[in-house]
Ligand binder design. Structure first.
Ligand code: PG9
Length: 637
């Protein structure tokens, strides 16, 4: 009877309510989302999410855009759970969705859904990697599978991604699959020692340790560190050295921490991973657009270095492109109308993605698409707030550029001047002595942002490179040299080069140099910018590497030495009425570990007694003319 069959169909009260795998249907979706375990040549399978718009069908095939990530492919492909592909994929993908692309995210080996072992920055096959696989082969095998197994795909693939995901794009270019037709590495990690994630010129970036914890303790995302201290400045200072900090949390047992601590200098471990060198030694076949932000707080070095390494190969100036926006790290993929206190002429990131990136991919990936109206270099000039279309980058440099650099000298009275000490009209090079000095005390390091320091807070971390430097300008251990208010605009387009003559009473020292645009006392349109000290380019250099990045050497106390290093690239106009400033200090904490100032073989393991005060002297005589070589673009006559 009806009654009986109804009773039979009843679910037992104790049936487990979480049963076999289930995912609620997504009714009326305008896409299908498939997952696949794609086999690599060594049998390891990589978890891949393929999002196909309904518009892509057998008769109307679509191109594919691939991102290879350590940050969870499933989550990357799901901003929201939604029937709309636009809402499902990340903000940076919106133009691709509107243009009907198939979007693919894949977990790299050993992370999240993928099989295999994770190696933090897996080196290319070669001296450091004796296996059969690397990110180049994994990208190759993935593309080979995708073009054969996604029926809606048109056989052309583009790759893009930012930071680590930009690093995997560059890796794919080392041995590109023939179906890879266009590549867009954004803010890529290129050289972890020279100026990207782990070190800058030998100074260790302390947040690396929390990153290693998050990335390498589990296949998924690791737990945050339980520091028990609100202010990172306090917790890291108390720990002493970077190794002391790592030891507190047991991070010294992690393999990647060991690799970092075993390679404090620019030895073969780093040199064999430097992607600008590696790619510069290979043919350039795939149209590549390097994209970065002017204020990239994580990977300020890589994009420019790769662009420079590839540029000599691009004889027709149609394969190697550079785009620089007024952005933070990865800012290209988010809203781009402001950064910290700076406001731009609109959503610069969206403008780029819609008007430049999309046509670039269309040209190379869509049959019959028009040629993109893309200059070799597209750069947003800050200070004037306008996009510039350029043929090459930089516009000024020491040799081989349209203009030479112009030195601005540190002078007595904390002045900055374009005339060298010997050439001063008043002949007053000796007034005020031959040098300025300060005492650098490792017990009271100069903070890189106002305390309390919360490095993990995006509101602090993302815009910090444009933060007002007045919070340290008057510390006795920070020297600030400033020009007169400018009578005419000063246009900078390239990398300023520091040429510092300095001595220390210690046997090792860090030198932090900042080029700053000082706003007028009053800015009527935005009053909070009155007197603002806007950093244009800042960098650190660990003194022990002054003669060789590979072989550090102690500094002779009291002996003036020359420290020469590049600051990050700038494209900026310092407006009339503004002043140019240069700041110098010997710590930048806790972003960078402290230099103990007594030479020890490996700073990671410096002992409390090694941290000593030192008197630093910045020389500014005709014989020792400390200066910053600025990439000045001559004013049009
Ligand atoms: N800057 C991050 C990173 C890249 C590569 C290695 C380590 C860290 C990132 O944002 O992905």
């Amino acid at each position: 009877s009806l009654l009986l069959s109804g009773a039979q169909a009843q679910t037992p009260p104790m049936a487990p309510d979480i049963g076999t795998k289930f995912s609620a249907a997504v009714p009326d979706a305008d896409y299908v989302k498939r997952t696949a375990m794609i086999p690599m040549r060594d049998g390891v399978k990589l978890f891949t999410v393929i999002v196909v718009p309904n518009s892509a069908q057998a008769g109307r095939k679509a191109p594919m855009l691939l991102t290879r990530t350590p940050y969870n492919a499933f989550a990357r492909a799901q901003r929201n759970k939604s029937p709309s592909m636009l809402a499902t994929l990340p903000e940076g993908d919106e133009t691709f969705v509107r243009a009907g692309y198939i979007r693919v995210y894949q977990d790299v080996r050993g992370k999240h859904g993928s099989e295999g072992d994770y190696v933090m920055t897996r080196p290319l096959r070669g001296p450091l990697n004796g296996t059969r696989t690397d990110h180049a082969t994994d990208a190759w095998d993935t593309i080979e599978w995708l073009v054969k197994n996604v029926p809606e795909a048109n056989g052309r693939v583009g790759m893009l991604g930012s930071s680590y995901e930009g690093f995997t794009v560059l890796m794919a270019l080392a041995d590109p699959h023939p179906a890879l037709k266009a590549a867009v590495p954004m803010s890529p990690m290129v050289d972890g020692w020279r100026g990207d994630d782990w070190f800058h010129n030998g100074a260790f970036r302390m947040p690396s340790l929390a990153f290693v914890n998050a990335q390498t303790t589990v296949r998924g995302r690791g737990e945050p560190l339980a520091t028990g201290v609100y202010d990172d400045y306090d917790s890291m200072l108390r720990a002493g050295s970077a190794a002391g900090y790592a030891r507190q949390f047991g991070l010294d047992r992690l393999t990647y921490t060991k690799k970092l601590f075993e390679h404090p200098a620019y030895d073969s471990y780093w040199q064999h991973q430097a992607l600008d060198r590696l790619l510069g030694a290979r043919p350039l076949a795939v149209p590549t657009m390097m994209v970065t932000g002017q204020w990239d707080q994580e990977d300020s070095y890589g994009a420019f270095a790769v662009y420079a390494a590839l540029e000599p190969k691009d004889t027709a100036n149609d394969l190697n492109y550079l785009v620089v926006g007024p952005w933070r790290h990865s800012g290209v993929n988010y809203e781009g109308s402001s950064l910290g206190a700076l406001k731009f002429t609109g959503d610069t990131a969206l403008e780029f993605r819609r008007d430049v990136l999309q046509p670039f991919f269309d040209q190379h990936l869509k049959e019959g698409a028009p040629r993109a109206d893309m200059p070799p270099v597209l750069s947003y000039q800050t200070g004037s707030n306008r996009w510039q279309r350029l043929q090459h980058w930089p516009l000024a440099c020491a040799g081989g550029c349209p203009a030479p650099t112009q030195a601005v000298y540190l002078r007595d009275g904390f002045r900055l001047s374009f005339s060298a000490p010997a050439g001063d009209a008043q002949g007053d090079a000796q007034v005020g002595g031959d040098y300025d000095e300060y005492v650098a005390d490792p017990a009271k390091p100069v903070p890189f942002v106002p305390r309390p320091v919360r490095m993990g807070d995006p509101a602090v971390w993302r815009p910090w490179l444009v933060s007002d430097q007045r919070f340290v300008a008057d510390r006795p251990d920070v020297l600030s040299y400033v020009s007169e208010p400018l009578a005419a605009p000063l246009q900078l387009a390239g990398a300023p080069v520091v040429n510092l003559f300095a001595s220390t009473s210690g046997t090792d020292a860090d030198w932090v140099v900042k080029v700053i645009d000082v706003y007028p006392d009053e800015v009527p349109s935005q009053p909070e910018l009155g007197g603002y000290q806007l950093p244009l380019a800042m960098e650190i250099f660990r003194g022990r590497y002054r003669d060789s990045l590979e072989a550090p050497a102690a500094i002779v106390p009291g002996k003036p030495e020359r420290y020469r290093f590049a600051l990050p690239n700038v494209n900026h106009v310092i407006q009339p009425g503004h002043r140019l400033m240069v700041q110098i200090q010997s710590s930048w904490f806790p972003l960078y570990d402290r230099n103990p100032q007594r030479y020890v073989p490996n700073i990671f393991y410096a002992q409390p007694a090694d941290y000593v005060k030192a008197t630093q002297r910045i020389h500014r005589t005709p014989a020792l003319p400390s200066a910053i070589e600025l990439p000045v673009v001559p004013a049009a006559r």
